[in-house]
Design a protein. Structure first.
Length: 294
């Protein structure tokens, strides 16, 4: 019998995975898997536990939000093993799952894993040792995911992120930086920056680009410029609402490598998890690093 290692965050989102848990495990058992379950405790424990136990499994399944998925992916990479990964999204926003059009219903998501195919996905790496599945960001909105309380996320879901993001707009402090992307250099003051392999970041900044490819060795970069007046601020807001990024307000490009230089150490959000950076940040792409089943 094949073995599935399932990592579950029972408090993610609106705790919707809990009532469906028996049926989800049952689906894997019915399809020839003996399922081992690990209930999350903290991010470090998840990563280390996955690194140890995935070596003994044929399949890893993550049930939780984007942060839990980040921990699981880092654990698999730490184990240096090629093993398929299935994702049952159970968080408040589920940016990554939305980009893949994964079912929000846990049983349907489990079925998708069992009947799906393996798709190689690129993974981002920052400062040479920390990986992210779909986005690394700094500035406005970046704090929203890890500063919003779990109780508020559970009560309001996606709305919680929008509310916190609106608060962030009122106290935005521009970030001065220099950056280089595959040889292209820019500098200036920006409200927000992200290197992403996704159609959505924090549930607030979204991309509607049919050419986004999760395994092309390229990540998308968005940089929101500092507005000089209220009209430019309104222009930025209009861009975010319509997903049409006017280069006067928002820079959009694709790259295989990025380097940032800041005046002060930057705080990043990696898939919604807080990461304390330095005055410089080097981001690279690990091509086809994780095989997702869907």
């Amino acid at each position: 019998m094949k073995k599935a290692f399932m990592v579950i965050n029972p408090v993610a989102g609106q705790k919707k995975i809990k009532p469906a848990l028996a049926d989800v495990i049952g689906k894997f058992n019915q399809n020839g898997y003996c399922t081992e379950v690990y209930i999350t405790q903290n991010s470090v424990a998840v990563e280390d536990f996955v690194a140890e136990h995935c070596k003994k499994s044929d399949l890893v399944v993550c049930c939780g939000g984007d942060g839990t998925l980040n921990n699981v992916v880092n654990g698999i990479i730490k184990a240096e093993i090629d093993i398929p990964l299935g994702y049952i999204p159970a968080g408040s926003t589920n940016d990554f799952a939305a980009g893949l059009s994964l079912p929000s219903n846990p049983e349907a998501a489990a079925e998708r894993i069992l009947t799906g195919k393996a798709h190689p996905h690129d993974v981002g790496q920052i400062d040479g040792d920390r990986r992210f599945v779909y986005v690394s960001s700094f500035g406005a909105f970046s704090e929203t995911s890890y500063m919003t309380s779990q109780s508020l996320k559970n009560a309001l879901g996606h709305l919680a992120y929008v509310l916190e993001g609106t608060k962030a707009l009122k106290s935005i402090k521009p970030i001065a930086l220099k950056a280089e992307f595959d040889g292209e250099k820019i500098s200036g003051n920006f409200l927000f920056g992200a290197v992403a392999n996704s159609t959505s970041m924090g549930g607030i900044v979204r991309l509607k680009d049919p050419d986004i490819n999760f395994s092309d060795g390229l990540f998308e970069v968005i940089l929101i410029k500092e507005p000089k007046n209220i009209l430019e601020l309104q222009g930025i807001i209009n861009c975010l609402l319509t997903y049409k990024y006017d280069p006067r307000y928002i820079l959009f490009l694709r790259t295989s490598r990025a380097r940032f230089e800041f005046k002060n150490p930057a705080e990043w959000s990696l898939d919604g998890e807080r990461y304390i950076g330095k005055k410089t940040a080097d981001i690279s792409i690990l091509k086809h690093k994780i095989n997702f089943l869907y």
